[in-house]
Design a protein around this ligand. Structure first.
Ligand code: SF4
Ligand code: SF4
Ligand code: SF4
Ligand code: FES
Length: 948
């Protein structure tokens, strides 16, 4: 339900080459075949009254308010369920229709509280509006009969309430939960007058509901309503912007009252989400104005000193002088910067420019280092471009979907809803994951194969799949011959047919039955359009890059590239991780993935930036940390990242941070990294700035300022000020000028501009003269590198293996309600779903250790030890344990090690050999953590007291 109304066609949009012309109330109108009479009427500018219909949902035909008359037909068909036909003559307003509609409305209103003036939906209620539209003036049945007016409100969900007294049982909510979200949490209990909407016989909070809000959006009355609206009234305007959480990149209308966000409503025109969202984007925006926000710059000499609030001028001047002092004393390479995948493209571009042009070195890296850097490497080597091949809509054309090392229902929920819809339509699913993720078995969705491999054996599985496809003659010879480098293919083929790649030989390594591997390979190779979606379970391994290459090999081998419904699709973690990589955040690459050693590219940037650039790649994050411990790296500028929590081997990271002479953190909150900082530059949230994010489909979308920055400056303005203070001028008046510079210097962004983004809504790069409106599907006629390159993917076991001392393998992942290090979501009501990270352990392993549900257990690896509460579950296989990493005290990364991907240094988060034992107190690291945490918050409060 919208207050700042969008046009609603009543039934979903249809696409068809066949066009049908009919007449509505005497007006001719032409619509695609398959459209409803109701939608055609809207096209003709006629609004037929309705209650149970909305264009997010298939027509249901229950309310009988949308009746029309059709010449030559008997009776009064419902316009929402009647499809258009050529030459149809429809009348929407006749005396008989008016009487029928008033009769329907009378029945609804006789069982509805008449408290419109004090109802939170007043002025934005479809029931109220329809009563007016049909001209209801009296209710003959009175209000004293049987009714639902004393039913209790369910306020259990932190974000929305359910007031059954206002329910008209239109079932829009039930259908939204099924059709849009795919969760099936709601039912209509009872029959006839006794019908009520029920979240599975319990309250919303304890039900299967995942709080996506689709039912709230679909509800035409105040029955399901956001608490923010119920408490504060209706918004007065809206601004379209992009979610700042995951890589799906949902488009939202921020509905505002003045500069206050009232609610976030997913945008029906959003090309990534088509009007849907998850709990994070829709509801978890309160962190932006949380009291923990630090909004004034602060500096201190030592990390044991209290913070001193200073002006922006002083903070910038101090930072610049510290970096200059360090460079004078230790050399130009002694400082560096880390860009953020949570910040905009423009901000990320500026930070890498600051490092290369103002610091004068290439010591810039980004958090993609620890997530999808192997994707960049693997896809560039094989296909020629460091990005996924499809748009999200492509999944609607897939026949077989392979999900490898990803958990879309938790990590990429809106994409998961699209995927589940396709699976309900009949597409087959193969899941490759050590855990039984939700997708393996859900209402109306079941994987044909779940290849439950041992952590660390991805490459063995992908090699076995390729072996089967080649040796059974299932490969697409025509595609390979036409599109791939045949010399490389023949080399690879000779490698992959070797008997040790057979599923029978690999079974002992992977733990996956050979028959399942054979079945899955045959299904993927012969089941029609095969699409692979993968996540960090692929990349965060010592062979992360090898596995990405293996996936690309498999897709080329079967011809599953270059059209809708197929492809190789990395599900990117953070909102702008694709963008931060595109913008040249890696030490070896300038924007657009061009190597810094390439003299022509360097010359282009040197001319544009009026500097001389270093030709050697700079330090990666792990190298910066090692160099800090060695004493050769002394100054670091971290924008919007929390390496103190997110990077592996926490104790190594914090030791390195402690060795720095000037650590500058730009963030919303005093995060784990900032506890070691000397300068804190307050950051701005996505609501406070203009810019763009690029999602996992290479889709560039606008971020629009809906409120002024609480700190006075957007992040890009701070970076520019720092650059100016360092003597390298940056004078941009608006982020659009930064994008113009990016477009001038980056071939894949050549035709991108804010004006075009405003016109098209969003653009998938490459966007240049060849594809001026963007590229939904890549590698259509040929690969970006020309011929696709098969590469050898020999399985090499990780050094991290189980021993008598560390007999279990720990793997990590995410949960729906929390996001990454939790800095944002922990400061929202999302904590009701996940207030601590737990250790999932199989009943067999738990029993062996005498561990019961909820016990505290020590998790110890060769890197460190932490203590978590145990959750006993068969989702995880024996010999493997699992945890999330959203809470700093959990210390998941105290346990993870320094092993990393051979090509990119992406850490092997997914495999750590551990021992688990029952304990009764926190680990030593946790005790130190608590002390440091108290100390740092004391120092922060001391600053606040001084100011007071
Ligand atoms: S809760 Fe709202 S959407 Fe659901 S049946 Fe009742 S009125 Fe319709
Ligand atoms: S919030 Fe989403 S999951 Fe929950 S009942 Fe509504 S539609 Fe279903
Ligand atoms: S977190 Fe991801 S799926 Fe959820 S609303 Fe934001 S972009 Fe969409
Ligand atoms: S809107 Fe058509 S029957 Fe309800």
């Amino acid at each position: 339900m919208y207050s700042v109304k969008e046009l609603d066609y009543g039934t979903p949009k249809r696409v068809s080459d066949a066009q049908i012309t009919l007449e509505i109330d005497g007006k001719p109108v032409t619509v695609p075949s398959g459209a409803s009479v109701m939608a055609a009427a809207v096209e003709a500018g006629v609004r037929v009254p309705r209650l149970c219909a909305t264009d997010m949902l298939e027509a249901f035909g229950s309310c009988r308010l949308c009746l029309v008359e059709i010449e030559g037909r008997k009776g009064y068909p419902a316009s929402c369920t009647t499809l258009v036909e050529p030459g149809m003559k429809v009348r929407t307003q006749t005396p008989k229709l008016a009487t029928l509609r008033r009769g329907v409305m009378e029945l609804y209103i006789s069982d509805h509280p008449l408290d419109c003036l004090t109802c939170p939906a007043n002025g934005n209620c479809e029931l109220q509006e329809m009563a007016g539209v049909v001209g209801l003036r009296e209710v003959r049945y009175g209000y004293d009969g049987a009714n639902h007016l004393r039913a209790a409100t369910d306020a259990s969900n932190p974000y929305f309430g359910f007031d059954p007294t206002k329910c008209i049982v239109c079932s829009r909510c039930v259908r939204a939960c099924e059709e849009v979200q795919g969760t099936f949490a709601l039912t209509v209990d009872g029959r006839g007058f006794a019908s009520v909407i029920s979240p599975g016989g319990t309250d919303f909070l304890s039900s299967e509901c995942v709080s996506c809000g689709a039912c709230v959006q679909a509800c035409p009355t105040a029955t399901l309503m956001e608490k923010s609206i119920a408490e504060q009234g209706q918004p007065d305007h809206s601004v379209v912007t992009t979610c700042a959480y995951c890589g799906v990149g949902c488009s939202f209308r921020a509905e505002m009252k003045g500069s206050q966000v009232m609610r976030m409503v997913p945008d029906k025109d959003g090309h990534a989400n088509h009007g849907h969202s998850c709990v994070k984007g829709r509801f978890a925006w309160g962190y932006a104005t949380h009291p923990d926000r630090i909004v004034k710059p602060m500096i201190r000499v030592r990390i044991t000193d209290p913070w001193r609030e200073v002006s922006w001028e002083e903070a910038i001047a101090h930072t610049a002088s510290e970096f200059q002092r360090i460079q004078r004393k230790y050399g130009r390479g002694a400082v560096g910067g880390i860009t953020s995948s949570r910040c905009t493209n423009e901000e990320t571009y500026l930070v890498q420019k600051l490092v290369r042009a103002a610091f004068g070195n290439n010591n810039v890296d980004t958090c993609a280092r620890v997530c999808h850097s192997p994707t960049g490497y693997g896809l560039k080597q094989t296909l020629g471009e460091s990005a996924g091949t499809q748009n999200f809509d492509s999944v609607a054309h897939a026949d077989v979907v392979v999900v490898i090392g990803a958990n879309p229902t938790e990590g990429h929920p809106v994409f998961a809803s699209h995927l589940k819809r396709r699976l309900r339509e009949g597409a087959k699913l193969i899941v490759v994951d050590p855990r039984t993720i939700d997708l393996v078995r859900q209402p109306h969705v079941e994987a044909t194969y779940h290849l439950q491999l041992r952590p660390g054996t991805n490459v063995a599985v992908i090699d076995a799949l390729a072996h089967i496809i080649v040796t059974e003659g299932l490969w697409n010879e025509a595609f390979v011959r036409a599109r791939c480098d045949l010399k490389e293919f023949e080399k690879w083929k000779a490698f992959i047919v070797q008997p040790h790649h057979s599923p029978e030989a690999m079974e002992g390594i992977t733990g996956v039955p050979a028959a399942d591997l054979r079945g899955a390979a045959r299904l993927y190779a012969t089941g029609g359009n095969g699409a692979i979606y993968y996540g960090l379970g692929v990349t965060e391994h010592s062979q992360g890059s090898t596995m990405v290459i293996g996936i690309a090999n498999l897709a080329m081998l079967t011809g599953n590239l270059g059209r809708l419904g197929v492809g190789v699709n990395p599900l990117r973690g953070q909102n702008n991780v694709q963008g931060s990589c595109d913008m040249g955040s890696f030490p070896h690459e300038l924007p657009g993935y061009r190597h810094i050693s390439d003299a022509t590219t360097r010359a282009l940037f040197e001319a544009a930036w009026s500097v001389t650039l270093e030709s050697e790649p700079g330090l990666r994050i792990p190298n910066m940390l090692d160099a800090a411990l060695d004493g050769s790296f002394k100054g670091l500028y971290v924008q919007g990242e929390d390496i103190g929590q997110s990077d592996p081997d926490t104790q190594h990271v914090t030791a390195a941070l402690s060795s720095l002479e000037c650590l500058v953190v730009q963030d919303l909150f005093l995060n784990e990294t900032a506890k070691f900082a000397h300068v804190f530059l307050p950051g701005s949230s996505f609501l406070e700035k203009d810019g763009t994010f690029t999602n996992a489909e290479r889709r560039i979308s606008r971020v629009r300022k809906v409120m002024p920055p609480l700190t006075g400056l957007a992040d890009w303005e701070v970076t520019a000020a720092l650059s100016n203070a360092l003597g390298y001028p940056m004078h941009y008046r608006h982020p659009s000028e930064i994008m113009d510079e990016i477009a001038r210097l980056t071939p894949t962004f050549r035709n991108v501009s804010y004006a075009k983004l405003d016109r098209l809504g969003s653009i998938q790069w490459p966007c240049n003269d060849r594809s001026p409106e963007g590229t939904p599907v890549m590698h259509v006629d040929e690969f970006v590198r020309g011929k696709g390159k098969f590469m050898i993917t020999a399985y090499v076991p990780t050094d991290e293996h189980t021993t008598r001392m560390f007999p279990l393998l720990l793997t990590t992942g995410r949960t729906l309600s929390q996001y990454n290090v939790g800095a944002q979501t922990r400061r929202t009501a999302n904590v009701v779903w996940h207030d601590e990270d737990k250790l999932e352990i199989h009943p067999h392993d738990a029993e062996q250790r005498g561990v019961r549900e909820g016990d505290w257990v020590g998790v110890r690896s060769r890197a460190g030890e932490t203590v978590l509460r145990a959750h006993i579950t068969e989702r995880i296989q024996p010999g493997v344990v699992y945890t999330t990493f959203h809470h700093p005290f959990s210390g998941a990364n105290v346990v993870t090690t320094d092993i990393s991907d051979w090509a990119t240094n992406c850490p092997e988060y997914k495999v750590t050999a551990v021992q688990v034992t029952r304990v009764s107190q926190p680990s030593e690291w946790q005790r130190h953590f608590t002390e440091l945490d108290h100390q740092q918050h004391e120092l922060l409060e001391h600053r606040q007291r001084e100011q007071a």
